[in-house]
Design a protein around this ligand. Structure first.
Ligand SMILES: Nc1ncnc2c1ncn2[C@@H]1O[C@H](COP(=O)(O)OP(=O)(O)OP(=O)(O)O)[C@@H](O)[C@H]1O
Ligand SMILES: [Mg+2]
Length: 506
């Protein structure tokens, strides 16, 4: 019998009074894909950060191939063959893709005047990329890359090292289905080479596709370790309820029954190279869902509506009056707000407290007549809001960077809600959010609609659009391929229009 690759036992970790891990056990066999599951804040990232040397455990033991080891630094982890793709990978934006792949490794070249051999790195990166069936320009700087491309660079960086354990912390949260398949193919190759993989995700359907076993954590403790071949556990609902520790509520709220006056109307709206001739109307009380995969133009459509990107042509009317917007600030003062999808570089200021991040979006709301900020009111208002989104934080003075990924997303949502706009555009509102909190966010969005706001949800998750929205629009390669009331629409039809433009493959 093969020896167990990894055995973590009784792992404890506390952060300033927060017990992130309370005696967690975790095992990994060679060639196994082991999913690590739990709601936001359950302790998943903390556990893998202990394994990758980012954090030091307070107590517990780690055995690798039957031998006890201590991991005191990220270098220790790498030396032990443990490679990691983090949930929020750190990169140097002004460096190229290939430089970021070999970040830290390039200084190995010794000598009187150590110099980075860029050509060498470039060739190594190119060879690595060939093993990965995706196309990406390694010479572009990371600041020019899309979120997906950045993720690929982070995966390549992990693969550039000799490893027997690969940790993937929510690798697919921003990937499309096709890109996820690419990643899965790669995981299969690694499995055959006996690499053991820890896979963290909130997309439960993926687990049954890719994982052999799953371990569920709740509040820093083990809940269960199950085999995905077991019929009884081979079921999303059972897993979701184990994660939550309670029965799951209905995921999507009821749809709207009464629709108000027209709020936003958009005609002939185009951005050269991204989307063409888009037209729609959204009424107060109504949610319009725009579904499209990465590259379909939906991301740019959201940003153009918010005037972060200038449109090529088209008109936008608010309550019947034409708007001419040339910046996001003008959009905000005209009652349009975009809650961005990529919280890593658009949504938040990491090293500032929660309340600051939230109130920043609408300082007027918490300012005195003199223009000075009324801090008491500020904190009170923010507290009310974070209670509504069920933010799990010590308190609102906590730095955003210390929150778990899903809770950071809730800060971004709170920030949007703080603005009191007429039209809200939510871009990928539930990326990285657990099933329980997802439902909470959906209800918040529906509440906003019920208060008479007009809502647009932009999402690469077809089910989300189908479940949440009253009207649906689908974009494929910049063209509208479907536009109708969700009541008259089937999920399969919507998916097909987004993935193939509406053509069935013959
Ligand atoms: N550096 C830190 N300082 C203080 N608290 C922390 C720190 N890192 C994590 N925590 C806290 O530890 C708990 C576990 O967080 P962790 O990031 O491991 O959750 P997670 O399961 O990865 O959640 P998510 O699904 O949202 O990514 C949370 O309460 C979090 O706020
Ligand atoms: Mg996490």
């Amino acid at each position: 019998m093969e020896t167990t690759k990894l055995r973590m036992q009784g792992i404890q970790k506390e952060f300033a009074g927060v017990k992130a891990l309370d005696g967690v056990n975790f095992e990994l066999q060679p060639g196994e894909v082991h999913a690590l599951l739990g709601i936001n804040g359950a302790g998943k990232s903390t556990l893998i950060k202990i394994l990758s040397g980012v954090y030091q455990k307070d107590a517990g033991s780690i055995q690798l191939d039957g031998k006890s080891i201590e991991i005191n630094s990220t270098q220790d982890a790498i030396n032990n063959g443990i490679a990691t793709v983090y949930q929020d990978p750190q990169m140097i934006p002004s460096f190229t893709g290939y430089e970021n792949i070999y970040l830290g490794a390039e200084t190995e070249k010794k000598g009187l005047f150590p110099r980075i051999n860029k050509r060498n790195l470039r060739e190594k990166a190119e060879a690595l990329l060939e093993r990965f069936p995706v196309n990406i320009d390694l010479d572009r700087t990371v600041s020019e890359l899309s979120a997906v491309e950045k993720e690929i660079i982070a995966v390549l960086r992990a693969l550039s090292k000799e490893m027997t354990i690969l940790i993937l912390d929510e690798p697919t949260s921003i990937l499309t289905e096709t890109e996820t398949e690419v990643l899965f193919r790669l995981i299969h190759v690694l499995k055959e080479r006996k690499v053991a993989i820890i896979y963290i995700t909130h997309r439960l359907e993926e687990i049954f596709q890719i994982a052999d076993r799953l371990t569920i954590l709740r509040e820093g403790k083990n809940v269960a370790t199950l085999s995905t071949n077991d019929d009884e556990t081979n079921n999303h609902l059972a897993v979701a309820e184990l994660m939550l520790g309670k029965k799951l509520d209905k995921i999507y709220p009821e749809k709207s029954t009464s629709i108000g006056d027209e709020k936003l109307s958009v005609d002939n709206f185009s951005l050269a190279g991204s989307f063409n001739n888009v037209a729609f109307k959204v009424h107060g009380g109504e949610i319009l869902g725009i579904f499209g995969l990465v590259g379909s133009g939906v991301e740019e459509l959201g940003k153009t509506l918010f005037s972060v990107i200038p449109k090529t042509s088209g008109t936008v009317r608010m309550n019947g009056a034409e708007l001419s917007l040339s910046s996001a600030n003008e959009a905000i003062s005209n009652g349009i707000f975009l809650v961005p999808g990529d919280r890593r570089d658009e949504g938040q200021i990491n090293d500032e407290p929660i309340y600051f991040n939230v109130s920043l979006s609408n300082l007027k709301r918490v300012s005195r007549a003199t223009g000075l900020i009324d801090h008491k009111r500020e904190k009170h208002c923010v507290q009310e809001l974070v209670d509504q989104v069920q933010l799990a934080a010590r308190d609102i003075n906590q730095e955003v960077s210390l929150l778990s990924g899903g809770n950071q997303q809730k800060v971004v949502i709170s920030k949007g809600l703080f603005t009191e706009s007429q039209v809200y555009i939510f871009a990928e509102p539930t990326v990285g959010v657990d099933v329980g909190a997802k439902t909470g966010i959906y209800h918040l969005i529906r509440n906003l609609a019920e208060q008479g706001k007009a809502i647009i949800i932009i999402s690469s998750d077809c089910e989300e659009v189908f479940g949440m929205c009253d009207q649906a629009m689908v974009l494929y390669k910049g063209h509208v391929t479907l536009q109708k009331s969700v009541h008259e629409c089937r999920l399969e039809e919507m998916l097909l229009c987004g993935v193939t433009g509406g053509k069935t493959s013959e």
